[in-house]
Design a binder for this molecule. Structure first.
Ligand SMILES: C[S@@+](CC[C@H](N)C(=O)[O-])C[C@H]1O[C@@H](n2cnc3c(N)ncnc32)[C@H](O)[C@@H]1O
Length: 263
């Protein structure tokens, strides 16, 4: 793909994602602020990201990885994803922007052996994820947190930004208010011409370098049924059970939440 084409596709990815997430940049910003604090206060790290290695779980085309690499110009990010189309796009884009400070890792986070795909002695102090872990079934999520607990060092940090839906049965008003907000955000974005998820994908697979991975993408995700709801409490309890010393919310907008766990 031509450089300008990659950037246009990435720009439209960000726009279409922001149509489903009212304050997407704000929630990225708070995660970056926490990363900055970790860099300032951890021996061996520096404010420019020297010594810092971050795992971006389900990185997609690399939105959060890019923001980390921009703000911390000496940090390195390992971006893990199971979608060969999005991982190829991440690799092309972030390779052109940040060279080998970004490494794509092809792995399935629903399995427990994903750390075997990481380089030996990864040394990551922080793991992040955005808009992705709702793809996992609750049992897979609990297993992921267990595994992550063995990958991160003591005091390592995990942050997950995602919609953690209210329970429509016991929280009908909260569910309705959050759904109204989602609708408003989507309506405003689509009214000004922002692409939908499906429109973006139609454009993406029109490029040969991405289209060649489409069949493999479809094969990998063919047997994944829609996932049941995993509420905030499940995330917090799963982190504590996995050995994280503390877990709590650092940001929220209705049911859109950033959870932080300290190993
Ligand atoms: C909506 S995208 C979000 C991407 C990116 N984190 C962002 O915020 O723009 C969800 C991502 O989760 C990835 N994903 C879903 N299930 C996965 C799994 N089992 N293992 C690894 N990645 C997975 C998808 O391939 C996709 O890239």
């Amino acid at each position: 793909m031509m450089p300008g084409t990659v950037e246009s596709l990435i720009g439209r990815w960000d726009e279409q994602q922001a149509a489903y997430i009212t304050n997407r940049e704000q929630r990225f910003d708070i995660m970056l602020d926490v990363v900055a604090r970790i860099c300032e206060t951890t021996a061996g790290l520096d404010v420019d990201g020297s010594g810092l290695i971050v795992l971006d779980l389900a990185c997609g085309p690399g939105s959060l990885s890019h923001r980390i690499l921009e703000r911390f110009p000496r940090a390195r990010v390992l971006g893990i994803d199971y979608d060969p189309v999005l991982l190829t796009l991440a690799s092309e884009w972030l390779g052109s922007q940040h060279g080998d400070r970004f490494a794509p890792i092809d792995a399935d986070l629903a399995s427990t052996d994903w750390p075997s795909q990481l380089p030996a002695d990864t040394g990551a102090q922080i793991a992040v994820s955005s808009t992705a872990l709702h793809w996992l079934r609750p049992a897979q999520l609990v297993a992921l947190y267990e595994t992550l607990g063995s990958v991160l060092p003591s005091n390592g940090i995990f942050m997950n930004a995602d919609h953690l839906r209210y329970d429509p049965v016991s929280q009908p008003l909260l569910s309705a208010i959050a759904a109204d907000d989602d609708r408003r955000t989507q309506h405003a974005a689509h009214a000004r011409g922002v692409q939908t998820w499906d429109e973006w994908w139609t454009d993406a697979v029109a490029f040969e370098s991405l289209a060649q991975h489409r069949a493999e993408r479809e094969r990998r995700f063919a047997d994944r049924p829609p996932t049941p709801h995993a509420p905030l409490e499940l995330h917090l309890n799963a982190l504590r059970t996995a050995g994280f010393a503390e877990a709590g919310v650092i940001w929220r907008h209705y049911d859109d939440v950033v959870v932080l766990g300290r190993r």
